[in-house]
Design a protein around this ligand. Structure first.
Ligand code: NAD
Ligand code: ZN
Length: 344
């Protein structure tokens, strides 16, 4: 079980002392270099040599070019199979660093130290690593668990509000798919800040971990974590393609609105429940203008979603607040209706 840590990095130091690594590579982006690395280096106790690998911040960097640069640097710096990669950052760093480490020399060890709310509650847990391809999200990747995940909530203190709100979308999703009480507690939050979110982070981490433990390779129940992500990823990819990237959680929030409405259209939840969900998600997130996205472009993106088989679009949809079905095939008409509903 992963827990929130308030131990002055003692568990991390114990881990580094107990294991014999040849060298440490710390992967950061420009922001985690500035805000998080000094905290880590100020507390990390090790005699091992370490190198800092820095990439530019942002989803646009989560691609094969960056992975290639990192593989080359690891090679030039003679990283061997006993090297350790420490991913210090948000989901882009944990996805990218996990991918690079799990493929370099057929896999070297890595740990995640998530520094965004989204990566603490979601991206750093579960062993999915990966990069985007063209403008499709997470098209290339591996299922590889990190050796450990160390979650220090103090990193959230420097996180910008928009990023905090982005992570909150995944927390809302956890409540909607698996735990009504968690959802009820989250929607009571009036002001999104670290203090009000802190008591709920552990619950979200536990929900994600529990689902992954039951179905690591996403054959069944893990698919429920994709609620809001089928349409959400299509919106996120469209924005990325247009050179106007939005935050992952913002796309997921829009996706959850569409897919809550879709759950109602498909007869899975009541109109009252769908409206209650949508009203609450809307309270926290600004409207995304997707009016100039063409239906056929979004449909093409939906068809390319990794969850599909045989050209059918499979959705994870709500069957109640706190319960989710997966592999649900929707009619094209209802999918279009749910997008039009959002546009209105
Ligand atoms: P991110 O990694 O881009 O971080 C968001 C921004 O916050 C960046 O600019 C970063 O530099 C900055 N930042 C990070 N920590 C900071 C701190 N403590 N103080 C100040 N600034 C800080 O994005 P994210 O929202 O953490 O993650 C999104 C990514 O995660 C997406 O690529 C998404 O696909 C992926 N994801 C993966 C999984 C999975 O299971 N692997 C699950 C959910 C999301
Ligand atoms: Zn997500």
């Amino acid at each position: 079980m992963i827990t929130l840590l308030n131990d002055q990095f003692s568990q991390l130091n114990t881990f580094l002392h107990e294991r014999s690594f040849s060298k440490i590579f710390i992967l950061v982006d420009e922001n985690t270099h500035e805000y998080c690395l000094p905290v880590l280096l100020g507390n990390m106790e090790t005699d091992l040599a370490f190198e800092i690998l820095e990439i530019e911040a942002g989803e646009e960097m989560k691609n094969i070019q960056t992975a290639n640069q990192l593989w080359e640097i690891l090679t030039e710096m003679q990283a061997d199979r006993k090297a350790l990669v420490i991913n210090l950052g948000g989901g882009v760093i944990t996805d990218m660093g996990g991918f690079v480490a799990s493929t370099y020399k057929r896999g070297i060890q890595f740990i995640n130290i998530p520094t965004t709310l989204l990566s603490m509650c979601d991206a750093s847990i579960g062993g999915k690593t990966g990069i985007d391809l063209m403008h499709y999200k997470n098209m290339v990747g591996t299922f590889t668990f990190p050796e450990q995940i160390f979650v220090y909530p103090q990193f959230l203190e420097t996180l910008p509000f928009k990023e905090l709100r982005s992570g909150f979308a995944e927390m809302l999703k956890h409540g909607l798919i698996a735990d009504k009480l968690h959802w009820d507690n989250l929607i009571k939050i009036q002001k999104l800040d670290v203090e009000s979110l802190l008591p709920h982070i552990q619950t979200s981490m536990a929900i994600k971990q529990d689902v992954v433990d039951q179905d690591f390779h996403e054959k069944n129940i893990r698919k429920t974590l994709n609620f809001g992500h089928t349409i959400g990823h299509a919106i996120e990819s469209s924005c990325l393609e247009q050179g106007n990237p939005i935050l992952h959680g913002e796309a997921v929030a829009a996706g959850m609105i569409c897919e809550a409405h879709l759950s109602y259209l498909e007869g899975l939840i009541s109109k009252e429940d769908s409206e209650m969900i949508i009203d609450n998600v809307r309270r926290y997130y600004p409207y995304l203008d997707i009016s100039d996205f063409k239906d056929e472009d979004l449909s093409a993106l939906l068809l390319n979603d990794k969850k599909n088989t045989e050209k059918k679009i499979n959705f994870s949809l709500l069957s109640a607040i706190g319960s989710c079905v997966f592999d649900h095939e929707c009619t094209q008409e209802n999918i279009q209706k749910s997008l039009h509903f959002y546009r209105k």
